[in-house]
Design a protein around this ligand. Structure first.
Ligand code: HEM
Ligand code: HEM
Ligand SMILES: [Fe+2]
Length: 474
């Protein structure tokens, strides 16, 4: 493979972020499997690592490594799009270590100290923000996230300001600023449970179905522009259409979380109608990806990156669009709320949209960061295998959880008389939980397969190709 150098040397900081993200990803999955086991063996590791703690570690690691992946992607993408070096590569490096140590310290806090003690130690009595799903971080960590986010945004925005402004960077910046802005609601935690929950969704929903979707669109567009060589004008039009639809449906779509938490009744209608349209932008992303690949002007040597990008567009639509739609109408959600259907959707949506877009970026950028245009053919083929093993593993998990959810609703929620209790129902779902565990283990195998692809060099046949020649099928 012919050697390539980075267009802008400050892009190199992205490598640190990508490696950090992948390491935390492994940790997330190990805790996921622990949770899957605890579903079947209730007192496994108790009291050392109780289910609620393992769950918190699993979900927080997910968020942290995805954020790290977004930041790495931005550090790689922005200089190239803006055609100028990063404002401050040093700041980017420092922020990485600050973010990583704050994250590690927080996870250690979860694992080593009882949660209530952690809350006491970290000033939760000054401003109570802890104890809410996904936003469990102690106050100093939350403050740290804001500081890192602001310094990161400063660095990225200054780079864009001094360079070329493209649709991709503008959308990416809007998404990243929005992400940071919405996180501020994690500091708002009124005593009134209804209002508490409402603000909680301002973070959780307006992240994944709002600001993060802009980031998703921008990253996907970047990988597609690079690997297909399709004209920018075409890509830009799609991008603007997609993000407009995302915002039009996603903002009022927040109403699908306001059905049964004590907010006014009109949300039944607003939430149902707008969230029912939320699959549209995700479907447009699928069309976009296939359309760009069909119109491609070159065969890029990195076909693995194309697979991750197209896979993201398809799986994101299935997880967010389809699995979101099945429980989003208020009369359906009345029965499915907080069941295993929710977990099935949460897993497929996060994996399909955000995990896959970050891997698509890593898969595209990492070879270049390592000095070559694309990975050797053998390494790419291992990558492609890992895509299928992970995706099928996730598919098995999600189908199992969907089965569990349907049975759970049937036994526990539908009967007007003689409904089964929560725990008695759980006992009936064990078969599905075994299948979920099997899917989870294959997922881990797929992930390790992916990591192994980083260590695979060119085979003999490729070494013998004349310099600059493309491998046979790439
Ligand atoms: C990539 C985008 C998305 C991600 C990552 C995502 C993720 C999640 C997660 C993790 C939850 C569970 C939250 C909790 O702990 O209670 C959830 C809930 C929900 N999501 Fe999504 N989601 C996405 C897009 C969508 C879309 C497009 C729809 C609708 C078409 C949707 C409909 C819902 C509904 C109705 C709930 C509430 C379920 C309940 O009542 O228990 N989601 N989502
Ligand atoms: C990239 C892969 C994964 C992603 C994106 C992911 C994401 C998530 C999310 C968003 C939640 C919160 C769900 C909700 O509130 O509805 C969650 C919980 C959970 N995850 Fe994962 N996860 C992944 C892999 C795994 C694996 C491999 C397993 C193990 C078999 C697993 C097992 C669990 C369990 C048992 C819970 C707790 C569900 C509950 O509270 O009942 N996850 N995960
Ligand atoms: Fe939502």
């Amino acid at each position: 493979m012919k050697p390539t150098t980075l267009k802008y040397k400050s892009q190199a900081v992205a490598k640190l972020y990508f490696i950090g993200a992948l390491a935390l990803f492994v940790g997330q999955i190990v805790f996921g499997i622990t949770l899957g086991l605890q579903y079947l063996i209730g007192d496994l590791m108790f009291p050392a690592i109780p289910f609620n703690i393992a769950r918190m570690v699993h979900t927080n690691l997910l968020i942290v490594w995805l954020l790290m992946g977004f930041m790495g992607s931005a550090y790689y993408l922005v200089p190239e799009e803006a055609e100028t070096e990063l404002f401050s590569p040093l700041l980017a490096k420092i922020l990485f270590w600050v973010f990583l140590s704050a994250g590690a310290l927080t996870i250690l806090g979860y694992l080593l100290v009882p949660y209530a003690t952690l809350a006491e130690m970290t000033g939760n009595n000054l401003l109570a923000t802890m104890g809410r799903e996904f936003l469990e971080q102690p106050l100093p960590t939350k403050a740290g996230i804001v500081i890192v986010a602001l310094a990161f945004l400063f660095n990225i925005s200054m780079t864009v300001l001094k360079g070329r402004k493209t649709a991709i960077t503008l959308v990416l910046l809007m998404g990243l600023w929005g992400l940071a802005l919405m996180f501020l609601f994690s500091f708002v935690n009124p005593d009134n449970l209804v209002r508490d929950k409402m603000y909680w969704w301002f973070v959780v929903h307006l992240w994944v179905e709002g600001t993060w979707e802009l980031i998703l669109g921008a990253l996907l567009a970047f990988v597609l522009i690079k690997t297909t060589g399709v004209d920018r004008e075409v890509i830009d039009k799609w991008l603007y259409l997609i993000i407009t639809m995302a915002l039009v449906t996603g903002i009022l779509g927040t109403g699908h979380h306001f059905f049964f938490i004590g907010l006014p009744g009109y949300w039944q209608w607003v939430g149902s109608v707008f969230s029912a349209l939320e699959p549209v932008p995700f479907f447009m992303m699928t069309l976009f990806a296939f359309n760009m690949v069909q119109r491609r002007k070159r065969e890029h040597p990195n076909q693995a990156a194309v697979l991750w990008a197209v896979g993201c567009a398809v799986m994101g639509f299935l997880g967010a669009g389809l699995w979101g739609f099945i429980h989003t109408l208020s009369p359906v959600n009345y029965y499915t709320h907080g069941s295993q259907i929710t977990a099935a959707h949460g897993h497929l949506a996060f994996y399909g949209a955000y995990v896959l877009v970050v891997i698509a970026m890593i898969s595209y950028a990492m070879p270049i960061l390592r000095g070559r245009e694309a990975n050797p053919r053998r390494a790419q083929s291992v990558e492609m295998w890992s895509f299928w093993i992970m995706t099928i593993g996730m598919g098995v998990m999600v189908l199992a959880l969907t089965g569990a959810g349907i049975l759970q609703i049937w036994l526990q929620r539908m009967p007007t008389e003689g409904a089964m209790g929560f725990m008695a129902t759980q006992d009936q779902l064990r078969f599905f939980y075994w299948v979920r565990l099997a899917g989870g283990v294959s997922f881990l195998i797929g992930l390790l397969t992916y990591l192994s692809s980083f260590f695979i060099g060119p085979g003999r046949a490729e070494d013998e190709l004349p310099a600059g020649a493309l491998p046979r099928t790439a």
